[in-house]
Design a protein around this ligand. Structure first.
Ligand code: TRP
Length: 350
């Protein structure tokens, strides 16, 4: 049995995964599968908080994310993969928890403030309540551990506040989940900003070796270096950040760094080598990815079966919450309709 506890984490299904996702989260999730009971959520409702105007891409994006997760080593035999929009319990619990959350508190969440600054339109109610839906995701499965990037810490803090407030008002039901921060430094994009799909600076898991090579050859390097014989800077140079992460031959990396600092190796040569290293590193993953992508119906079936496994757990928590909040009547109806509740149906309606 996996003794360490229960994990829930997920991604917004915004499209194919890139190297930043691989190094920043997926590789950690893969390792955690050995120690924890894991739930991995395809948060397609969260995707709609910003991308609601493109329904034609929503389905394919969710499947693409699932394929990349599986190719990276998420193992459906050991972990539960589920689709948020197929589990109405997430939206229902979010509504109930929203009663315990003030608008002012949500307006102070840093991710919300940033998004509002970036958006040219009025923020939607859905965007404001994004972290409440995320709290529902986590609390439905009574997760105690949530592996996330640092930008998600405010959402975890809010989740803990909601859990605490719920327990105070209605009696103990929820753990206060802890964030598990990724130990790996964030991988920069090819232009040295944060790697992000909308910045055009991402290398995708599904890119071909040739696309990967082209992106590497166009990478930002040391801007102070004009000629290949000028002494170069290795720190803050994404080409060497990538070398550190993807080249298992430490000796070669140290040698390249030393020669680069002395102006004895050019950017083109280092990038050439990096594209080989990166393509070799990604080859097995890409092989699995191609095989998985050839059978999308199997991916859908797999997600459906993970979602089916998650449903009774989510339903049980939702019914417990309804009961505690005084919605016993509604809870009774919900239990009888789904026919899955372990509660005996009793009372004047049965
Ligand atoms: N907000 C997370 C992100 O943008 C995705 C997410 C949705 C999530 N629900 C979650 C992460 C629950 C952890 C737990 O990356």
């Amino acid at each position: 049995m996996k003794a360490k506890g229960t994990i829930l984490t997920g991604h917004r299904t915004t499209g194919p995964r890139h190297l930043g996702h691989l190094v920043g989260t997926l590789q950690t999730w893969v390792r955690l599968q050995d120690e924890y009971r894991c739930f991995f959520l395809l948060a397609d409702l969260h995707t709609l908080t910003t991308d609601y105007a493109h329904p034609e891409t929503v389905r394919a994006n969710a499947i693409d994310v699932a394929i990349d997760w599986l190719a990276a080593g998420i193992d459906p035999q050991r972990s539960t993969l589920m689709l948020q929009s197929a589990l109405p319990q997430h939206a229902e619990l979010a509504l109930l928890l929203s009663m315990l959350t003030s608008v002012a508190r949500l307006e102070r969440v840093p991710t919300y403030k940033e998004q509002v600054q970036q958006l040219n339109l009025q923020p939607s109610l859905g965007l404001l309540t994004y972290p409440v839906l995320q709290a529902a995701d986590i609390l439905l499965y009574k997760a105690d551990t949530v592996p996330v990037g640092g930008d998600q810490l405010p959402h975890l803090e809010l989740t803990r506040e909601i859990a605490r407030r719920f327990n105070q008002l209605y009696g103990e039901l929820f753990h206060e989940p802890q964030a598990l921060l990724s130990a790996t430094p964030r991988l920069p994009g090819t232009d040295n900003r944060t790697m992000h799909s909308s910045y055009g600076n991402a290398i995708y898991l599904r890119d071909t070796p040739e696309e990967t090579r082209r992106k590497v050859m166009e990478m930002y390097t040391d801007p102070t270096r004009i000629h290949p014989t000028d002494p170069g800077h290795v720190e803050g140079n994404p080409v060497f950040d990538y070398m550190d992460v993807f080249n298992p031959d430490r000796g070669e990396v140290e040698d390249l760094k030393a020669r680069y600092r002395l102006g004895k190796v050019g950017d083109v040569a280092v990038k050439q080598r990096l594209s080989e290293v990166l393509n070799a590193y990604l080859a097995p993953l890409r092989q699995r990815r191609t095989e998985l992508a050839a059978h999308p119906q199997e991916i859908v079936a797999l997600l459906m079966s993970g979602t089916d496994k998650a449903r009774p757990i989510a339903q049980q928590t939702l019914e417990d919450v309804m009961e505690k909040m005084g919605l016993n009547l509604g809870r009774q109806f919900a239990a009888s309709v789904l026919g899955q509740s372990p509660y005996p149906i009793s009372g004047p309606f049965c």
